[in-house]
Design a protein around this ligand. Structure first.
Ligand code: TRP
Length: 453
């Protein structure tokens, strides 16, 4: 290579960027609603176990592959094994990034749209979630609205990624992540000081085991993957800009910690408010866009909290979207010799175009369905329920079985010598999870997505 490859300015910058990738719509929109639908505390408990036994070990594996090879997902596998089969795993990852970003940007657009609607005052006069639902239907049903905000959200994502790893991704994460955390703290305090908040806390803390069944365990497992941005090489790509002086294990632990604590904080902020207003915690995907606006309408100063909440959501979505675009860009920069700007424009542009039918799935194209799914649902399903678990399975198998234990241990000890001296058992435990526990459980998720179990 003629140029030196980009890298993070500091370890802290990497942690914030990777946490920015992990913390997204998954934490603030999806986690609260699936926890709400699956009974609260008991589900959260199962989810935490999934994060510990699958998410953490696979995250270490992904970051490690990236850090060791200093390449995008395709180049990374090419550098570690001559077998062509693994190249296709990397390639499917790039494809998944392409697909996820296309519809993620549509929802990301809605969050900006809701910030604007709050400022316009149209979100503050609801008496019930149904009324808020009518507005939600009208907005998402409007093609100009969904397309316009998809364009804006995507434009912001490209604007950041084109500026590069340090000047774009790292710098913007250093600004956005502290804002995100501060907003969340404010919203959590507001929620906990509402009269009746204790019912929301009880919902999150007192488990009702009867609500847990095989299906909810699979949902928790699948979500552990999505929320940590695993399975398609996003963390591999971010890891590829990481220094060999830093510990992959410690960094991964910090990323898991931030992602988990932020999901829980979002749960606290949302459920204390929902219970204080006597509303239904199991409202499903509309919890954020329908139930919450009704909650904010009934709160003193609700419009400020509504503004902060949707801003929080927009920031979380943006820092995740840039990681998805970066995977695709890194592939074309490393492997095909593109320059960053060209790759962002051409491939970002193509992802944007692929997002258009997803944005139209809620309005002009809502009748265009296949197996009862709209274009949006199909892209989401293939990427999140098939490609991600498949990629995660392959990453666990690769590091557990293919890359040889000696090479893996040499690579992972770089920057973490101390850690392995202090906790010598860590190696075997990690390998047991990578070799057996993760492959078996991920296979189950995959089979269940495909309707086979
Ligand atoms: N983790 C993000 C969220 O919780 C979504 C995301 C970003 C993602 N990059 C990813 C998911 C890569 C899977 C793979 O919203």
């Amino acid at each position: 290579m003629t140029q030196t490859r980009e890298s993070w300015g500091s370890k802290f910058g990497f942690i914030l960027a990777a946490a920015g990738s992990a913390v997204g719509l998954g934490n603030i929109w999806k986690f609260p609603y699936i926890a709400g639908e699956n009974g609260g505390a008991a589900f959260i408990f199962v989810y935490l176990i999934c994060i510990g036994i699958i998410g953490f070990p696979v995250l270490i594996a992904e970051v490690l592959i990236g850090r060791t090879t200093q390449r995008n997902p395709v180049g990374a596998f090419a550098a570690l094994t001559p077998s062509k089969m693994w190249l296709s795993v990397g390639f499917l990852g790039v494809l998944a990034g392409f697909m996820i970003l296309s519809f993620y940007s549509v929802i990301g657009g809605w969050t900006i749209g809701y910030v604007v609607e709050t400022l316009r005052g149209s979100l503050s006069n609801f008496h019930s979630p149904e009324e808020a639902g009518v507005l939600f239907g009208a907005l998402s049903g409007n093609a100009t609205w969904t397309l316009g905000y998809h364009t804006l959200f995507f434009g912001l994502t490209m604007f950041i990624v084109v500026r590069g790893v340090q000047g774009g991704i790292e710098k913007s994460s250093k600004i956005m992540m502290p804002i995100l955390l501060s907003i969340l703290v404010i919203l959590m305090i507001r929620g906990m000081t509402l009269p009746g908040a204790d019912k929301g806390l009880a919902f999150l803390l007192v488990p009702d085991w009867a609500k847990i069944n095989g299906q909810s365990i699979l949902i928790a497992l699948g979500h552990a993957f999505f929320t940590l941005s695993l399975g398609m090489g996003a963390m591999m790509t971010y890891g590829s800009y990481m220094s060999k002086k830093d510990s992959v294990i410690t960094a991964s632990a910090q990323i898991v910690f931030l992602d988990t604590i932020i999901a829980i904080m979002a749960g606290v902020a949302i459920f204390t408010a929902v219970f204080a207003s006597g509303l239904n915690p199991a409202a499903g995907p509309g919890l954020i866009f329908q139930t919450l606006p009704a909650v904010f309408s009934s709160m003193t100063g609700g419009v400020y909290f509504s503004f902060l909440f949707f801003l929080l959501l927009a920031i979380a979505a943006l820092t995740s979207a840039i990681s998805l675009l970066e995977v695709v860009v890194a592939y074309f920069v490393d492997e095909k010799g593109w320059n960053r700007k060209g790759a962002v424009l051409i491939f970002g542009g193509s992802i944007y175009l692929l997002g258009i039918p997803s944005a139209l799935s809620f309005n002009l194209m809502s009748d265009v369905t296949l197996f009862g799914k709209t274009f949006f649902d199909i892209v989401d399903f293939i990427a999140s329920n098939v490609l991600l678990p498949f990629g995660g399975l392959m990453i666990a198998i690769f590091v557990g079985w293919v890359w040889t234990r000696t090479s893996v241990m040499t690579a992972v000890k770089e920057g973490a010598e101390q850690l392995f001296e202090t906790y010598p058992w860590f190696e075997s435990v990690w390998f047991v999870f990578l070799r057996f526990v993760a492959p078996v459980l991920i296979t189950l998720v995959l089979l269940s997505s495909l309707g086979l179990v």
